[in-house]
Design a binder for this molecule. Structure first.
Ligand code: ZN
Length: 231
């Protein structure tokens, strides 16, 4: 029996690693991305470049890589007031969460992924969420996603499984996973062609990839890279 999965692919390091993880396990892998009105559209450009180069560098994976679904969720950016969807400084709210938190984002993403999966016949939905070293977003937590899986299965009378291969590993271990899956070639592709920076800087290059070097997302990425490669 052939197996398939739908991967939430944003163009960042985590979802790129998850994409390789899925390509190693499933016969057919489709991708889904969302334009939610993020300030920095560079993320969306990165995902196309990454997909093209991945197919070229890894022909066996390329043969399994199916359709890419790009959804317009700009409504989400329109109803939220965050540093990712409006021109604002990144800072902490009184709730303790950074204002880069986009309320409802992962809930919406998985709900739409399930709707696409329902139509395309994919039972496995894969996301790069992680609660090991993260920004504290409540919708990245394992319990949130386990609960959402139950809700989706009840609401759609289906049997989806939400897979989050990075949930319990840190950023250094994410690089380790990339190395295990695709060696140096995959590590270089992820380092050079994915985007993580909150500020949208994709012109300043560091040993760990492009980014402003000071935002919380760049911090996490740099620390993980240095931890892994200094071992
Ligand atoms: Zn940055």
């Amino acid at each position: 029996m052939s197996t398939s999965a739908l991967v939430l692919f944003s163009g960042g390091q985590d979802s790129a690693t998850c994409l390789a993880w899925a390509l190693e396990r499933f016969d057919l892998v489709e991708t889904i991305g969302f334009d939610y009105g993020q300030r920095h559209q560079v993320e969306l450009e990165c995902r196309q470049t990454f997909l093209t180069k991945l197919k070229k560098s890894f022909p066996a994976w390329g043969a399994k890589l199916g359709q890419d679904h790009m959804l317009d969720l700009r409504l989400l950016g329109g109803v939220s007031d965050t540093a990712l969807t409006a021109e604002k400084q990144i800072e902490f709210e009184t709730s303790g969460l950074p204002n880069t938190f986009v309320p409802g984002r992962n809930l919406m993403f998985f709900t739409f992924a399930a709707a696409v999966g329902y139509r395309r016949g994919h039972k496995v939905l894969v996301g790069g969420m992680c609660e090991t070293d993260y920004s504290g977003y409540p919708d990245c937590r394992d319990d949130t996603l386990k609960s959402l899986q139950v809700t989706l299965n009840l609401g759609l009378a289906s049997r989806f499984v939400i897979e989050t291969p990075l949930m319990w590993i840190d950023k250094a271990q994410t690089w380790e996973m990339a190395t295990r899956l695709g060696g140096d070639k995959l590590v270089e592709l992820i380092r050079d062609e994915t985007h993580t920076c909150y500020v949208g800087d994709h012109t300043t290059k560091h040993e760990w990839g492009y980014g402003c070097g000071v935002c919380p997302a760049c911090d996490l990425r740099r620390n993980g890279y240095q931890e892994f490669f200094s071992k």
